[in-house]
Design a protein around this ligand. Structure first.
Ligand SMILES: Cc1cc2nc3c(=O)[nH]c(=O)nc-3n(C[C@H](O)[C@H](O)[C@H](O)COP(=O)(O)OP(=O)(O)OC[C@H]3O[C@@H](n4cnc5c(N)ncnc54)[C@H](O)[C@@H]3O)c2cc1C
Length: 432
């Protein structure tokens, strides 16, 4: 079967929906092809027995006015949104430490505080001549050797699946707090320190999970669900799409894709070797979310916390029920733990023992409160800032552009984009 659609967008995540909205605003038609049965992509969610879990943590702290307006309208205004003041915590050597650890050292032993502070005070200065060449050097210059080695570099292995020396530094931006000497010393003497997290407010929809932020756009868009693109022929401007019922060839005039670049390249024939080489060098984290439904509200009061201890598999834990009480049935609560690794690295029981089991061991949750657990996997999480990322993604995107395929979103731009930036990436397509 063959059909013609003038403007086709691949993927109904935030980026694809942004592009669809750009067409709609100009009174033009477009169609999104989406493999799943719903919109939202990585910002989507799943519901089991009345418990709603996002696919990883997801809260909004956007500074983009146009996006905030769209999010706000989609939630039905202020009454449809919950405002949170961030106050994350950390677990290190089984102790709770306020975030960020470097200026909240109070719960550490006196000996360890001294090691952190001495190295912080004696760290070399970052100058034009002494610029870090990789993330490990950056960490050592920012925080001193002891902190870098015992905290940040350990966390890097858990979150980025890489050693810090293998990463570039451009992505760090404002994500890391860089405390003064006074703040570090003050934070080692008292727990009464100000919150210094980079986002001052975070928002989350009251109902329907994070993806409610784009529900309105999805409702006004033409989306063909349960339809997986399997091949693209840019010469005759055709895509082949598989659904349960049939295979359809769609002819297009314009094709915009939010699919991960490596997936997209696999759909094309006759790709030059140098482009395939560049594609093979693009790396992204992948990972499991381990969701826990609890019949009580007996969980820590923090919306999320980081885990430095390596015997606990998860890098981060967060609570969907703290994001919105509507994410669970009344009187219940929930947690989700994030474990970054390749698919199949751990068996399901290893994953559960190394996450849920550890929370029980630490007395953070009670085994008898657990109603069920669920293990899910995401093949694409964060883009990894490998040494040659900028050259590689340029080669791939330039090639796609030369065959008439536009790429948007976190995995189309191949960049560390938050959901608002992914939406904005779609909104910014040129309407010809
Ligand atoms: C661990 C983690 C935590 C995050 N936390 C936050 C946060 O707190 N706040 C925030 O703002 N952002 C957060 N993000 C970032 C956010 O998830 C992304 O910016 C956003 O989801 C990217 O949207 P996208 O549309 O570019 O990609 P995607 O959401 O991946 O959309 C791509 C779409 O394409 C579809 N698709 C794929 N292959 C095919 C195919 N062959 N045929 C048809 N359809 C296909 C997919 O199903 C999907 O719907 C987080 C990301 C991660 C990994």
């Amino acid at each position: 079967m063959e059909k013609y659609i003038e403007n086709i967008i691949l993927g109904a995540g935030f980026a694809g929906l942004g592009a669809a909205h750009a067409f709609t605003e100009k009174g033009l038609k477009c169609t999104i092809i989406e493999k799943d049965n719903t919109f939202g992509g990585l910002c989507g969610n799943f519901v089991i027995d009345g418990f709603r879990f996002d696919r990883f943590v997801h809260v909004s702290f956007s500074k983009i006015d146009e996006v905030n307006k769209l999010f706000w309208e989609s939630c039905g205004g202020d009454k449809g949104m919950i405002k949170h003041i961030p106050n994350p915590y950390n677990i290190y050597k089984k102790r709770w430490i306020k975030h960020p650890v470097q200026n909240n050292l109070y719960p550490l032993t006196e000996e360890e505080k001294k090691l952190v502070i001495d190295d912080f005070l004696s760290r070399p200065k970052m100058t034009e001549e002494n610029k870090p060449e990789n993330y490990e050097q950056w960490l050592r210059l920012q925080y001193g050797n002891y902190f870098a080695e015992h905290f940040s570099m350990v966390y890097t292995r858990k979150y980025w699946m890489k050693n810090a020396c293998e990463l570039r530094t451009e992505w760090t931006g404002a994500r890391f707090y860089q405390p003064s000497v006074e703040e570090v010393i003050e934070g080692s003497k008292t727990s009464e320190t100000p919150v210094t997290y980079y986002a001052k407010e975070q928002f989350y929809p009251k109902e329907g999970g994070f993806k409610t932020f784009v529900k309105k756009i999805a409702e006004e868009s033409d989306i063909i669900y349960n339809s997986c693109v399997i091949a693209i022929n840019p010469d005759n401007k055709t895509i082949i799409v598989h659904s349960d019922k049939c295979t359809i060839n769609y002819k297009y005039k314009r094709l915009i894709s939010s699919l991960p670049l490596p997936e997209l390249l696999r759909m094309l024939d006759n790709v030059p070797d140098y482009v395939i080489d560049a594609t093979n060098k693009l790396e992204a984290t992948s990972g499991y979310h381990i969701s826990i439904a609890l019949k009580t509200q007996n969980i820590p009061p923090y919306m999320w916390w980081y885990v430095y201890d390596e015997d606990i598999l998860s890098a981060r834990v967060y609570s969907p029920s703290i994001k919105s009480p509507n994410n669970t049935p009344k009187g219940c609560s929930s947690l989700q733990m994030e474990v970054y690794c390749k698919e199949g690295k751990y068996s399901e029981s290893e994953l559960l023992d190394g996450t849920v089991g550890k929370l029980i061991e630490l007395d953070i949750i009670k085994e008898e409160d657990i109603l069920f657990t669920h293990v899910g996997f995401e093949k694409y999480g964060n883009i990894i800032f490998t040494k040659s990322i900028f050259e590689d993604r340029k080669v791939v995107r330039d090639y796609l552009s030369s065959v008439g395929i536009e790429t948007i979103g976190r995995f189309g731009e191949w960049d560390y984009l938050w959901s608002d930036q992914s939406l904005a990436s779609g909104l910014s397509i040129k309407i010809l």
